[in-house]
Design a protein. Structure first.
Length: 179
């Protein structure tokens, strides 16, 4: 209990602090989204292992499957950079993330883990942008959440029941009654 406060006043003070923290968190997250959501950047989760090759000396080395990447929508990139581009795969438009290995009118890309000679020739209008950031932990969390919605809902429901039960037990203990 906080010094000089009744239990009710302490609880109200803690609730007020939590409310302020929640509002501040929402404002910070909202600001970050607004800064990044100006069509200059795009986030993607890597779904294949084509960039899991041997480590390189390039700023963006390997990219493990499940990583999240930040794509900067720029056309300024060169050999060794990792880019994201649109590609037609059996009638479906997919986004591919590969390293630039050459430029001769078209952009020549290669997935670090793909066999030698397995290259993609990319026209300028297919390029989305340059990968500027990689985070494997956040990407894996997003993948788990995206692919396990029913399990997460069940966990949240169970956590809510447990939280409710614990709060009732604590109330009874504070009253001094038997449980």
């Amino acid at each position: 209990m906080m010094v000089g406060l009744t239990t009710k006043e302490a609880i109200l003070k803690v609730r007020k602090g939590l409310f302020i923290a929640a509002i501040a968190s929402l404002l910070i997250c909202g600001s970050a989204v607004c800064l990044l959501d100006n069509n200059s950047y795009e986030f993607r989760v890597i779904v294949s292992g084509s960039m899991e090759g041997e480590p390189t000396d390039y700023p963006i080395s390997t990219i493990p499957k499940g990583s999240i990447v930040l794509i900067d929508r720029v056309s300024d990139f060169g050999i060794g950079d990792v880019i994201a581009f649109n590609m037609d795969a059996d009638g479906d438009n997919i986004v591919v993330v590969h390293r630039v290995i050459g430029m001769d009118g078209t952009v020549i890309t290669h997935g670090d883990a793909n066999p030698p000679g397995s290259v993609e020739y990319v026209e300028g209008d297919q390029v989305i942008g340059k990968v500027t950031y990689v985070n494997s932990t956040v990407g894996n969390v997003i993948w788990i959440v995206k692919n396990n919605i029913p399990s997460l809902i069940l966990i949240l429901i169970l956590a809510s029941f447990i939280s409710f039960a614990l709060s009732n037990i604590i109330k009874e203990i504070k009253k001094g009654d038997d449980i």
